[in-house]
Design a protein around this ligand. Structure first.
Ligand SMILES: [Ca+2]
Ligand SMILES: [Ca+2]
Ligand SMILES: [Ca+2]
Ligand SMILES: [Ca+2]
Length: 427
């Protein structure tokens, strides 16, 4: 009987040490078996186990354009996306703030794309415009600073509300939902306050709400045009959030700097149980790993997220769509792995599906032959290294193996000492 396996792995260099077990027995989930078996070389395939079972950030597949009304979604200019189930029907919808450059005095708007497909395979029709107090939401913008929507139950009454960051002066507006989750009706926008003064981050406000210090009260975090992220700790209540201080988040050795026009998201990117910060800017999308605690996050310096190159090299590169990249994160396809949504300067919105590298099948097709399959991404090429021990995985067995798409299969004639393998992206 064959077993399908999935193993957590962690290796920022995109390499994986793998080890196996006798055919037909379940893989150990850790490097050191609790009950070591005698090694019986030659006839047993020892492969595939993770060097570490620690946290594992997702990898990303190439960009896919999100469609609406049968064509590529395009709101015009400076798309800032937020994925949320706006009408409470269990299917994720897409809000996109954007600039109205043709009529700048009217203010910028928030497009709504309701999902008529399923939650895991969204289908969007024509846009509508979010309204408040019976009229289109309009927010002052300037330059490339568009409205940045964020959906949450801000006042804890059980109904989702809308926050919008202002592109011009960096204010954050609350549009309270006065109706139901199924049919939201928004009250006029009011600026959030810090004490008696409006919350402001000077320009290009990109709010998100999360309980950053895990005290049970949601806090406000907000990116700005300068590339920093402000933390407004909620010193009010769940029903009436209040702020008294603005503190710049730190990461690494100083103030967190994502690059200009920062958009933060608070999310456990690597699945280690600690909320991290993932953010975008003009220069890329970055992960700041939280190595502190739930109540006292300590962020590491930003590390750029990578996607497959399109130049045929088979390797990885940072994300760059031409500046003004605005991030959101969600499990778009419901496969349990976070996916990346990116709004672009030209009004389009892209999906980068996330996946976790896993060896999903180990098979001894015939004596002396083995097959490995692993989650992969189009455009990538892989190198398979082997050795007789974890410390000796150095011998290349195959280089430049093209990805099979989302899954790559490789069959290899076994040799007795080659029992440990590492699969890595690129050379
Ligand atoms: Ca919905
Ligand atoms: Ca809090
Ligand atoms: Ca984490
Ligand atoms: Ca997913």
């Amino acid at each position: 009987m064959q077993h399908a396996h999935s193993l957590p792995v962690s290796d920022p260099r995109h390499g994986w040490l793998v080890r196996g077990c006798p055919q037909g027995k379940p893989l150990e989930s850790r490097c050191a078996p609790k009950h070591p078996r005698p090694v019986r070389p030659a006839f047993f395939i020892w492969l595939l186990a993770a060097l570490q079972v620690a946290a594992e950030p997702p990898m990303l597949r190439p960009a896919l354009a999100i469609a609406a009304n049968g064509a590529g979604l395009d709101v015009g200019d400076y798309a800032i996306p937020c994925v949320a189930d706006w009408n409470g029907d269990g299917r994720k919808d897409l809000l996109v703030g954007y600039r109205v450059l043709a009529t700048p005095t009217l203010g910028d708007k928030v497009a709504m794309f309701l999902n008529t497909g399923t939650d895991t395979a969204p289908v969007f029709g024509q846009r509508s415009l979010l309204q408040a107090n019976g009229a289109d939401i309009q927010v002052p913008g300037s330059g490339c600073g568009a409205p940045a929507p964020w959906v949450c139950d801000y006042d804890g009454d059980g109904r989702r509300d809308l926050l919008v960051g202002e592109g011009n002066s960096g204010y954050v507006y609350l549009y309270r939902n006065t109706n139901t989750d199924a049919a939201p009706i928004l009250a006029p926008g009011v600026r959030l306050l810090m004490g008696a003064s409006p919350v402001s981050v000077s320009s290009r406000a990109t709010p998100c709400v999360a309980d950053w210090d895990a005290d049970g009260l949601n806090d406000l975090l907000c990116g700005d045009g300068n590339g920093n992220v402000s933390f407004f700790r909620n010193v009010g209540t769940a029903h009436a959030p209040g702020y008294e201080t603005r503190v710049l988040l730190q990461a690494g050795s100083g103030a967190l700097y994502l690059g200009i026009r920062a958009v933060p998201r608070c999310i456990d990117w690597d699945g280690d149980g600690l909320q991290d910060l993932v953010g975008s800017s003009d220069t890329g999308v970055y992960w700041c790993r939280n190595t502190g605690t739930r109540t006292t996050p300590v962020l590491q310096a930003p590390v750029a997220l990578n996607i497959p190159k399109t130049d045929g090299s088979g390797s990885l590169t940072t994300i760059q769509t031409g500046g003004r990249m605005r991030l959101d994160l969600t499990d778009w396809d419901g496969d349990g792995t976070l996916d990346l949504i990116l709004g672009n300067a030209n009004g389009t919105v892209f999906l980068y599906p996330g996946y976790r590298f896993r060896v999903t099948r180990i098979q001894q097709l015939s004596p002396g032959e083995l097959t490995l399959e692993w989650a992969s991404a189009p455009l990538l090429k892989y190198t398979v290294l082997t050795g007789s021990s974890p410390a000796q995985i150095q011998t290349p067995l195959v280089t430049g193996l093209a990805s099979g798409g989302n899954l790559t299969t490789w069959t290899h004639p076994m040799s007795a000492p080659a029992r440990y393998y590492r699969i890595q992206v690129g050379p």
